[in-house]
Design a protein around this ligand. Structure first.
Ligand code: PSV
Ligand code: MN
Length: 400
């Protein structure tokens, strides 16, 4: 890698941050059960401590997304949560309302056939907007479980109009610094139709809601063969890409760690972004890079460090593509050579450049190794096991 390219890469890394999900530090499972971990976070303050640890060792995760019902309570009001984050050296990132868990939402939230339930869901969205203002968060990140399980269960067009009304009302309550991101998902938990099933529907709802609304791409929310980088290219071109929920999968929304199955897919997504930003002056786009993973088996904090490192590595590799050279091959129809530009960038070892960047930040060249040597996980596991015992909470019988 020549020195000019390395200098560019180091500058790009200075700007690359990735937001961690509070829920990725807590015990999670599947519908078949949960395996408890001694080191899992018990409450939002543990989650803040864990997210801050990931940031300390990686230097690129200064924000933590919060889930309204899972993270805020009388014991954890907004002011205390914000203060705990500040003291730990991180910020509160996107606010995630929860209109999928309560019993009322069996038939949907903002698209529920009952107007009282629709109102209740909208009120929760508005409270989440207010919480965003209180916590200094710049984004409201919306995911809806709304949909149906059987043909004939509901009128799809009527539900679409319920969504348009609700999202507009939510959008209009946003403060000047707040943005609205709309996530899509083709199935689960609904198994016949999902009200926001794909990027086109999310795009449509965002357009209808207003100019602060954009689309959120969760990499796990596509059918298996979907070309995600094409979606990203279109959203970039239309200035409608709000951000990502990164994770990897083999089958459906598996929520595995980023790059575990197909790192080249993530590389190609980053390539579209670098290409867009390299395209013209003024093409910088504010994209929120976020993680949305469920670490059912891996130690959670380690999985998060592994994810942040993988994201940096793939982002760095994709930045090495020489766009002028590539365009030359594209114009003359040299397909093999064009593809080789991608493959060579993907193959390039960026470990030395990442080590140099980390050294400049005062962090270890191998954040995972340094984290392990710090003893953080052992210490937290011991303390959290004791706390769980006192609180009478279910837990694993070992440190592992
Ligand atoms: C739904 O699968 C999702 O990806 C949404 O982003 C939620 O906010 C998150 O998972 C946690 O439930
Ligand atoms: Mn998501």
């Amino acid at each position: 890698m020549n020195s000019e390219r390395k200098r560019r890469l180091l500058n790009l890394l200075d700007q690359f941050t990735i937001e961690l999900p509070s829920w990725g530090f807590a015990d999670t499972g599947t519908r078949f059960g949960k395996f408890y971990q001694a080191g899992a976070a018990i409450d939002v303050f543990d989650k803040i401590s864990d997210a801050a640890a990931v940031h300390r060792f990686t230097g690129c995760c200064p924000d933590m997304a919060v889930h309204v019902l899972w993270d805020f309570s009388d014991q954890a009001p907004a002011a205390r949560v914000v203060e705990a984050a500040r003291a730990a050296g991180i910020r509160i990132g996107s606010i995630n309302p929860n209109v999928f868990q309560d019993q009322e939402y069996k038939l949907g939230s903002v698209a529920n056939p009952d107007p009282a339930v629709r109102r209740q869901a909208i009120e929760h969205l508005l409270e989440s907007v207010a919480l965003g203002k209180e916590t200094g968060s710049r984004s409201l990140s919306l995911w809806f479980a709304d949909g149906t399980n059987y043909p004939g269960q509901a009128r799809i067009r009527e539900r679409k109009s319920f969504f348009e009304t609700a999202l507009r009302e939510c959008h209009d309550a946003l403060g000047p610094d707040q943005e609205l991101w709309i996530e899509y998902k083709p199935f689960e938990p609904a198994f016949y139709h999902t009200d926001i099933a794909d990027w086109g529907m999310a795009y449509w709802f965002a357009k209808k809601a207003g100019d602060k609304a954009r689309v959120l791409v969760d990499t796990g929310h596509h059918y298996a063969a979907q070309n995600i980088e094409q979606i990203v290219a279109w959203l970039l071109d239309e200035s409608m890409l709000g951000g990502f929920h990164f994770n990897d999968r083999r089958y459906a929304d598996d929520d595995l760690t980023l790059g575990a199955i197909d790192p080249y897919q993530v590389f190609r997504i980053f390539a579209e972004i670098h290409q867009f930003e390299a395209g013209a002056v003024g093409n910088e786009c504010r994209i929120a890079y976020m993680v949305d993973q469920s670490h059912n088996l891996k130690p959670k904090t380690e999985a998060m460090i592994q994810t942040a490192m993988m994201a940096q590595e793939l982002y760095a590799k994709a930045s090495l593509i020489d766009w002028d050279e590539l365009q030359g091959f594209q114009r003359s129809g040299q397909i093999v050579d064009a593809e080789r530009v991608y493959q060579e960038a993907f193959r390039t070892d960026v470990t030395p450049a990442l080590a140099e960047w980390r050294q400049a930040q005062g962090i270890a060249a191998d954040p995972l190794q340094a984290f392990r040597e710090s003893g953080y996980l052992d210490e937290q596991s011991r303390k959290r096991m004791e706390r769980r015992q006192k609180l009478g909470l279910q837990q694993s019988s070992s440190y592992a």
